[in-house]
Ligand binder design. Structure first.
Ligand code: DON
Length: 420
């Protein structure tokens, strides 16, 4: 069977293609020379299935889409507190190149606007090794070695007057302590790294996948760094259109003036759309529309939450053993988080009558997060304290090393039949 997904992506592109509104960025001369009719869309799942439609193998410069990834590298290197001390995480509601700083502290408002990104650039490595580290980091996110587009780099350095102004402002406040011109050159080189829509979809999928590239298996950054990065993308990634984006499209995103937008939906997929003509916010007109359609058609809005709590307990029943003994079996399923574990806790706490033996059947549970694990182990500890025999059916070791404290450790078996 031919997968319907590439056909669907083609359909999205066909629907977006006629819109020729907007204009290519021309404040960077090299960007003004690009073919405005280019249009590509690529989606990568977190387990590395990559779907492409249109111009997904055409090179362009990464521009501002480098910002969340370099922010992630700075967080990984310096830690959250050190980075927060230099750059805040408040949406600015202003254009990406605004000369603005937080009153009093002199910190840029967030790492997605140019002021914040210039500071974040200086937080990776030292001036000598910095660019190699950034290029290696961006390459690890993409899953293969990336290169700099030297012509685009030179072109932007000749017209980066606004970024020089921002860097000088940062230097005058002591927010950066290096020579402003060198910082602009380094940041501009970071923006001139060459990528394709396919590369960007994999970079986004690496964020969606908790920091591990779905194809190489390389853990580029950890989950705490990813959470912070995606949070800032969700609140500030689309600059002064962030509120509209988050309410209508609803996944963390970042745009760049070369015409690309990435989106990352945690646990599901990374998206990249590319088309050079931009709207007044500096976002690609047709990439915005492609993301809107994807979100609507594929139900990708992050606030469309599933209802894990109701689904966690698949079935409760009592089994009679051959010797006359009885067991109450809780068959659980899905991925258990706080709300699902609370549902089990409530059910057990409210149960009018429990058999002497309680079986928690985890054989259809995929994952148990840290808080749900603590809650399940506490449930077992309390049931044992109340005089029950507790057995876990856990053939896949979804709850490894079930040490409940106070010397309580339930018996673990592979099937409900073995429980007694
Ligand atoms: O610093 C700049 O102005 C460019 N190198 C990048 C700006 C950018 O991509 C803004 N995003 N839409």
């Amino acid at each position: 069977m031919r997968s319907p997904i590439p056909d669907y992506l083609d359909e999205v592109l066909r629907a977006c293609a006629p819109d020729a509104s907007g204009a290519v960025a021309d404040y960077i001369p090299e960007l003004a020379r690009v073919d405005p009719s280019l249009l590509g869309l690529c989606v990568s799942t977190v387990d590395g299935a990559v779907y492409e439609a249109g111009d997904t193998r055409t090179d362009f410069t990464i521009q501002s889409i480098s910002k969340p990834f370099v922010y992630a590298l700075a967080l990984a290197e310096r830690g959250l507190d050190a980075v927060l001390a230099e750059v805040d995480v408040e949406p600015s509601g202003e254009a990406f190149d605004e000369l603005s700083l937080e009153q009093g502290s002199g910190r840029p408002l967030n790492p997605m606007i140019n002021a914040g990104a210039l500071v974040v650039h200086t937080l990776v490595g030292d001036p000598v090794t910095r660019f190699d580290r950034i290029l290696a980091g961006l390459s690890a996110f993409a899953g293969h070695p990336l290169e700099v587009d030297e012509a685009a780099y030179r072109s932007e350095t000749e017209t980066a007057f606004r970024n020089y102004a921002i860097a000088n402002m940062l230097r005058s406040h002591g927010t950066i302590r290096e020579a402003p011109e060198q910082v602009v050159l380094g940041y501009t080189r970071q923006c001139a790294v060459r990528v394709t829509a396919r590369d960007l979809a994999l970079m986004a999928a690496t964020l969606a996948n908790g920091g591990t590239n779905p194809l190489t298996g390389d853990q580029v950054v950890d989950e705490v760094v990813v959470r912070q990065t995606l949070s800032v993308m969700a609140t500030s990634g689309m600059y002064d259109a962030a509120g509209d984006w988050t309410s209508t499209v609803g996944f963390p995103a970042k745009s760049g003036v070369s015409g690309a937008i990435i989106g990352a939906l945690p646990g599901q997929l990374g998206i990249a759309a590319f088309s050079p003509r931009l709207d007044r916010h500096g976002h690609s007109v047709r990439a915005v529309e492609a993301c809107r359609r994807l979100s609507h058609d594929m139900g990708l809005h992050m606030m469309d939450a599933p209802q894990p709590a109701r689904a966690t307990i698949r079935r409760t029943h009592t089994v009679q053993h051959a010797d006359g003994g009885e067991a109450t079996v809780y068959a659980l399923h899905g991925s258990i988080q706080f709300a699902g574990a609370e549902r089990l806790v409530r059910d057990l706490a409210d149960a009018a009558e429990l058999a002497p033996e309680v079986v928690l059947d985890l054989s259809r549970v995929h994952t148990v997060n840290e808080v749900a694990r603590r809650m399940l182990l506490e449930v077992v500890r309390r049931l044992v304290r109340d005089g029950h025999l507790v057995v876990l059916v856990d053939p896949e070791e979804t709850l490894p090393d079930p040490d409940c404290g106070d010397g309580v450790r339930p018996r673990v078996v592979a099937t409900v039949a073995e429980a007694h």
